[in-house]
Design a protein around this ligand. Structure first.
Ligand code: GAP
Length: 467
């Protein structure tokens, strides 16, 4: 665990420095939903782009897709989500506030220092546990029996008075767009099993839960891959390689491997479609929590869609003509959880020689929102013009900041706090020697380099930090 980072510190830093704001805050906020501010959206997009490059553009066996959020409701009937995608919900009998039964049991176990395996409990076990231990609501009142609460948001399309005809769902996972496009992709692209289809996009879940900032939100983004394999393929070997790729992605975001661990789902915990699932958990200050789900989904989804749609969803091997429904391995990353994890890993408080604390975000340069900040140190016109020229030259290739507010200490502090890896100062000497001083965020060491060499120097440094 990064001992510097706590949820309280991350929440207030993220707001203060333009990363994350509570959504609709001028109207009192909306529970479990957030907006990304100017620095947050840069960080999120950099993480998303790195994922896409690593898993799609740099691999020959994976193609991309961008499916619609709204789909026919049959998709969710066939996938089993209408029947199975729910949480155990209890209600406070007095206030009528709703809670997740498993979360209340976890809180009770932590408070009473008891080891309880909530993950393995069925809804009946939770009902019995709550009754046997007299677990009250957080306001101290009696609770109703746990009920299954559907997590999909419903909406309607078109102008019809028949609600059932027009009802559709906002997708709760991006994966189903991939399964329903399986035939389109195999018919139009020269893909050969084993191959994957990847997608990044929004997903929606009506989460009734105490929020942990952007860890669990009702509107989120997923980065998912469905990796199709032959039913008799040695899947354990591929699965092991994928686990390594998943960990490596997080290491590239600056997350130490020691803070990551895979956890195997118990049989009771497995989703209705899964044969084996491991979660990758990160060591947050609120516990080891899932940041990636990695399921072996067998041929469940393609078979379900084949049966319901009557479309031929088999794959035909172009060399042997063998026809079969492939099995699928599914690494499923939450983009907002990747952002939160990168923030936790980067957040650092350094004690300076004068005893003051310097807050810095040690993002790898490739994902840092701003790559370089340019500071002219004096007001002189010639010097200001030179600094502006350098800024204009760099900003076409890198996100840069320009600050001539004056107080160098404050300017450094502001950039350290948003994780800018390089600050470039221009002084009187720069006019004559055509050199600038680069200050490194982490070491605070300074280096003098030729203005002409600056773009290449920055490019090398930025690429070096992730690939
Ligand atoms: N297609 C499989 C699937 O959706 P999941 O374990 O339910 O599996 C995968 O979700 C990942 O999506 C999780 O590991 C998490 O990173 C992210 N995720 C799921 N629900 C989320 C939520 N409410 N808020 C933020 N991220 C979420």
């Amino acid at each position: 665990m990064n001992k510097h980072a706590t949820l309280d510190k991350i929440v207030s830093w993220a707001k203060r420095r333009g990363f994350i704001f509570q959504t609709s805050s001028i109207y009192g906020g909306l529970a479990n939903n957030y907006d990304y501010g100017p620095n947050g959206v840069l960080l999120k997009n950099n993480i998303r782009d790195h994922w896409w490059k690593k898993f799609v553009e740099q691999r020959k066996d994976i193609v991309g897709l961008d499916g619609a959020i709204l789909m026919q409701k049959e998709v969710w009937q066939a996938s089993g989500h209408v029947e199975n995608f729910n949480d155990p919900l209890v209600e406070d009998k007095v206030t009528h506030k709703r809670y997740r039964a498993d979360h209340l049991i976890e809180d009770w176990a932590a408070k009473n220092e008891k080891a309880v395996d909530v993950e393995s409990m069925k809804i009946e076990d939770m009902a019995e546990f709550i009754a046997n231990h007299n677990i009250p609501s957080p306001d101290g009142h009696d609770l109703t029996e746990p009920q299954k609460f559907g997590l999909m948001f419903e909406t309607s399309v078109g102008a019809t008075s028949n609600k059932d005809d027009s009802k559709i769902y906002l997708r709760p996972e991006t994966a189903q767009s991939i399964f329903i496009n399986f035939k389109n992709v195999t018919d139009s692209m020269r893909v050969k099993v084993p191959f994957g289809i990847a997608q990044v996009g929004k997903a929606f879940r009506n989460e009734i839960t105490k929020g942990q900032f952007i860890f669990r939100t009702i509107e989120t983004e997923q980065m998912e891959i469905e990796y199709f394999i032959h039913p008799e393929e040695e899947w354990e070997k591929l699965y092991k390689n994928w686990k390594r790729d998943i960990i490596d992605f997080y290491i590239e975001l600056g997350v130490p491997e020691k803070d990551l661990q895979f956890r195997k789902h118990t049989p009771e915990e497995l989703s209705h479609y899964s044969k084996v699932t491991y979660d990758l958990d990160y060591d947050f200050d609120f516990g080891f929590k899932e940041i990636v789900g990695f399921a072996h989904r067998t041929n469940y989804d393609l078979t379900q869609h084949k049966n319901k749609s009557h479309e031929k969803l088999e794959y035909r091997d172009p060399y042997t003509n063998e026809k079969y429904i492939p099995h699928v391995l599914e690494p499923s990353f939450g983009l907002s959880r990747a952002v939160l994890t990168a923030m936790y890993a980067a957040y650092t408080e350094d004690e300076l020689e004068n005893g003051k604390i310097r807050t810095l975000l040690k993002f790898p340069a490739k994902i840092a929102p701003v790559k370089a900040a340019i500071f002219p140190l004096q007001k002189d016109d010639k010097l200001q013009r030179l600094a502006k020229d350098i800024y204009n030259d760099l900003k076409g290739n890198f996100v840069c900041d320009f600050d001539n507010a004056g107080n160098i200490g404050k300017m450094y502090r502001r950039q350290d706090e948003i994780g800018t890896p390089y600050c470039i100062t221009i002084d009187y000497d720069s006019i004559d020697d055509k050199c600038v001083t680069i200050r490194d965020r982490d070491t605070m060491k300074q280096e003098r380099i030729d203005i002409d060499k600056l773009p290449k120097w920055l490019k090398e440094k930025i690429n070096q930090t992730v690939d």
